[in-house]
Design a protein around this ligand. Structure first.
Ligand SMILES: *Cc1c(COP(=O)(O)O)cnc(C)c1O
Length: 373
């Protein structure tokens, strides 16, 4: 009935010269420029130092649980609250369960946080050199943003974050630079912005950064995001989490439950909790990586590389005479994958993940040979 009426309406108007152009379905498409993830080559025998994964396996408790895994569990929906995992995180960080939000990797947690908190119409702020997913989410959700430039040494200028804004995201330690800003700077930014939510992305904090978690009790507008992908060796499982005020976490949960109730699958909940509970293994793994990083710093410096002081599991290194892009190609040809970010500010650096001792020796021995030619 309605349809007929509308047709009548159209034909009743003045006679048209040309038949009406129907809009293509494509005019309704949300256009985005996607994030480019690092390469995930599956070739055997390569040395993979390009996406900051942990070179050691997850806690042996995860392997034990995986061996016992009863597939009948998969018949049922998982716990939408992911309580087991939330509890283990709350216990580890000594916060209340209502202060913990979990998601499918911290990418999911961060995307949910953008969607939940950045709706004022004022631009959100993040540095010009940082995790390159932030501007992708801002564009996807139609959030305006500004990217204040880091200084010449890639340090944050806190004044840039004490101006009017619709929210703030800071990776600390930062990627790809590896630099950690002191907690005092983070606190000034959080306390100076009571009208905005401030996200601190701590993907690398376990490798020697200073966490903002102690500030969570003091500031309702702070959300700290961490991941199982780097220091907890579970990038393939996809687990991330945020800790904040009960109020902020409630807002996040409301949005998440309006989007997808069952983000965390049953194995992620069970194995993630087991991994979080194995503190001794976690500490041991992180200490090994930090020791290798310090060794790598010394060796690379001796070969003519310089880099900011890394508090992460990677170095952002530039060579005194060989362009980064050339080294990137040569390394790749030798089966050693590192990350290269073209661009004016980052184009002469390689981001090199700290691998095992053996991987590190292979990298160094290639570079020694290459630089001698
Ligand atoms: C790796 C990384 C993430 C995302 O990690 P997930 O695997 O999605 O948990 C987020 N932020 C930064 C800065 C990262 O380097």
């Amino acid at each position: 009935m309605e349809q007929t009426d509308r047709t009548d309406c159209r034909t009743a108007g003045p006679k048209r010269e040309a038949p009406e152009e129907k809009a293509s379905w494509e005019s309704g498409v949300r256009r985005v420029v996607p994030y480019t993830p690092g390469e995930q080559p599956r070739r055997a025998g390569i040395i993979k130092l390009n996406t900051n994964e942990c070179p050691y396996p997850p806690s042996p408790r995860v392997k034990r649980l995986a061996a016992e895994f009863e597939t009948d569990v998969l018949r049922l929906y998982p716990d939408p609250e992911a309580s087991l995992l939330v509890k283990s995180i709350a216990r580890r960080f000594q916060v209340k369960e209502e202060q913990v939000f979990v998601g499918v990797g911290s990418d999911d947690v961060l995307a949910m946080a953008f969607l939940t908190f950045f709706n004022t119409g004022r631009p959100i702020l993040f540095p010009d050199v940082t995790y390159s997913f932030y501007d992708v989410w801002a564009n996807l959700f139609g959030i305006p943003f500004r990217r204040p430039a880091l200084d010449g040494n890639f340090r944050l200028k806190k004044e840039d974050y004490l101006t009017e804004n619709g929210g703030i995201v800071i990776a600390n330690p930062n990627a790809p630079t590896g630099i950690c800003e002191p907690l005092s700077v983070i606190e000034e930014i959080v306390s100076g912005n009571p009208g905005s939510l401030v996200i601190i992305d701590e993907a690398y904090v376990d490798f020697g950064g200073e966490s903002a978690l102690p500030l969570v009790e003091k500031y309702e507008n702070l959300l700290v995001v961490q991941t199982f992908s780097k220091s907890r060796a579970m990038a393939g499982m996809r687990i991330g989490f945020a800790i904040g005020s009960p109020k902020a976490v409630r807002c996040l949960r409301d949005v998440k439950f309006s989007f997808n109730s069952y983000t965390m699958d049953a194995p992620s909940i069970a194995w993630g909790a087991a991994s979080m509970e194995d503190e001794a293994y976690f500490q041991e793994t992180v200490e090994k990586i930090k020791a290798t990083r310090e060794y790598l710093k010394g060796q690379l410096a001796a070969l003519g590389f310089s880099f900011p002081d890394s508090r992460t599991n990677f170095l952002f290194a530039s060579h005194e005479s060989i362009p980064a892009q050339e080294l990137f190609g040569a390394l790749k040809e030798a089966g050693i994958y590192v990350r290269y970010f073209p661009g004016e500010r980052t184009g002469n650096f390689l981001r090199i993940t700290v691998g095992t001792e053996e991987q590190t020796e292979a990298l160094l021995s290639f570079l020694r040979g290459y630089l001698k030619q």
